[in-house]
Design a protein around this ligand. Structure first.
Ligand code: OGA
Ligand code: NI
Length: 209
């Protein structure tokens, strides 16, 4: 199943290759948005989220002065009610491979929850020990987000700073190694589906160092 027509994808990947990032509104279909958001709220209620760390799995630091979010890594086999969401992710991966010649072989995604008062300081999405994250992809799940709620994504481009509001169903993609960014302090609970397109399965990438 295709969620978006090819001509739209071509426009988006064009922007991504020219500007290193792209912002796509209404990316997640409304009913799929509700499904993913409800899944997230349910997992939160069941206490299935972990405090996020910094760095790769073997070398993880948990420091809330750098990042304060909680994550739930989604798994295609375990989380079968998210199969449509995995469909969108697969479509993005296939399109990037086809139009950007990226030879992506997999992806890793988590649901993220930033409690009120938390943030993620400026960083890039590649670890020193593991550099197989090619494209970062974030889909926001913040119902009725408004100015003052905070939690904007700030992207650093040369001497410019771009502020992106984390509004529901919006998708942001950027080149993981090229784009420094931060999550500004949020004043309300902030929700997203966030992940990375990989050019090797993460386990293998890590072993090969
Ligand atoms: C990240 C990140 C940005 C966002 O998880 O690495 O930078 O807007 N997320 O949630
Ligand atoms: Ni990041």
């Amino acid at each position: 199943m295709n969620f978006h027509p090819e001509e739209k994808w071509i426009d988006w990947v064009d922007q991504l290759s020219m500007n290193d990032f792209v912002v796509i509104d209404d990316f997640l279909p409304a009913q799929l948005y509700t499904q993913v958001r409800n899944f997230l709220l349910h997992k939160l209620e069941e206490d299935e989220f972990d405090r996020a760390g910094i760095g790769s799995s073997a070398n993880k630091l948990k420091d809330t002065s750098i990042r304060g979010d909680f994550t739930y890594w989604i798994d295609k086999d375990r989380d079968q009610s998210l199969s449509e969401a995995f469909g969108v992710i697969e479509e993005a991966k296939d399109v990037l491979n086809r139009f950007c010649f990226l030879s992506l072989s997999g992806f890793e995604f988590h649901l993220a929850y930033y409690p009120e008062g938390t943030f993620y300081k400026r960083h890039v999405d590649q670890f020193k020990e593991r550099s197989n994250r090619m494209i970062s992809m974030i889909i926001y799940l913040n119902e009725g987000w408004k100015k003052g709620d905070g939690g904007e994504l700030k992207i650093f481009k040369e001497d410019e700073e771009l502020i992106i509001d984390p509004i529901a169903r919006r998708c942001v993609m950027f080149k993981s190694a090229e784009v420094p960014h931060e999550v500004m302090q949020t004043n309300v609970g902030r929700y997203s589906l966030t992940g990375w397109m990989l050019y090797q399965p993460s386990g293998v990438g890590f072993v090969l160092g």
